[in-house]
Design a binder for this molecule. Structure first.
Ligand code: 13P
Length: 263
């Protein structure tokens, strides 16, 4: 089931990278590229997700760029508001610092930080209640794919959050499909396999909410300028969540350009 034009999103997940000076340089280079040849906001939304310590500085640095580049938090606390939760950053504190987007459910958080579906639901509920937009990540492991459980796993991850997302809040969710075996490995899902999974995700979302037809579903996992054009051509791939290649301004820019050109 393909959909009418959805403005694509290209978001760079910087993970635990880079040092502050390199982050500033990266943003400077990106701003320069966009100034020389802009990518229209209406053709592609863009965002970067730096480490928590750099969120407000990067947001300030992006303030005078020639187009909007959103600043995205990589995680949010499962506890709301303010309080005695050492080391945590709540959705309200992000909102208070002008950060409007957050990644939730990245496979690295699920794997290394024990973010269970129950915890992820608390994070999503808090984020949406604080008016943040959520980029919700899903994806199967290699073992699950080889056992023919890829679809089931991913659809279950979509169903998991249905319990906490209110009807009107689905418009504030972007889904990112990131097969775990493709993250940081240089292996990408073929455009056919990725499109097939994206179509399933859209079908699943559409059964839960009318917004499913128009929600952006991003692909992530070794996206590079070399494979972005093919991925962008798939009808249900509405953008990319980019790890490694987003640490290079030119690569990131080219990926955004590839998606913008599909409009
Ligand atoms: P890579 O692009 O480095 O494979 O990372 C993908 C990812 O995990 C983005 O969230």
């Amino acid at each position: 089931m393909s959909v009418p034009a959805i403005t694509p999103w290209v978001v760079g997940n910087w993970k635990m990278n880079p040092m502050q000076a390199s982050a500033k340089q990266l943003v400077q280079e990106l701003k320069q590229l966009l100034q020389n040849q802009n990518i229209e906001e209406s053709d592609c939304h863009m965002g970067v997700a730096p480490i928590a310590l750099a969120l407000t500085d990067i947001r300030a640095q992006l303030h005078d760029s020639s187009r909007t580049v959103y600043t995205v938090a990589q995680d949010v606390s499962r506890f709301a508001g303010t309080g005695a939760y050492t080391g945590e950053i709540s959705a309200e504190l992000l909102q208070d610092s002008g950060i409007g987007f957050v990644l939730v459910g990245h496979s690295e958080r699920r794997e290394y930080f024990a973010d269970t579906p129950a915890i992820l639901n608390e994070k999503i509920k808090n984020a949406l209640n604080a008016n943040l937009k959520v980029i919700y990540c899903v994806g199967e492991s290699l073992e699950q794919r080889e056992n023919g459980q890829a679809e089931l796993t991913v659809l279950q991850q979509i169903c998991d959050i249905a319990a906490v997302v209110q009807a009107e809040q689905w418009n504030n969710i972007i889904v990112a499909y990131e097969p775990i075996w493709a993250i940081g490995t240089g292996k990408t899902a073929s455009p056919e396999d990725a499109q097939a999974m994206h179509a399933k995700i859209r079908e699943g979302l559409s059964q839960i909410t009318p917004a499913g037809k128009t929600m952006a579903i991003l692909y992530g996992g070794s996206v590079k300028p070399e494979n972005a054009v093919e991925l962008a051509a798939c009808p249900d791939i509405n953008g990319a969540l980019v790890g490694g290649a987003s640490l290079n301004a030119e690569s990131f820019y080219k990926i955004a350009q590839a998606f913008a050109n599909t409009k």
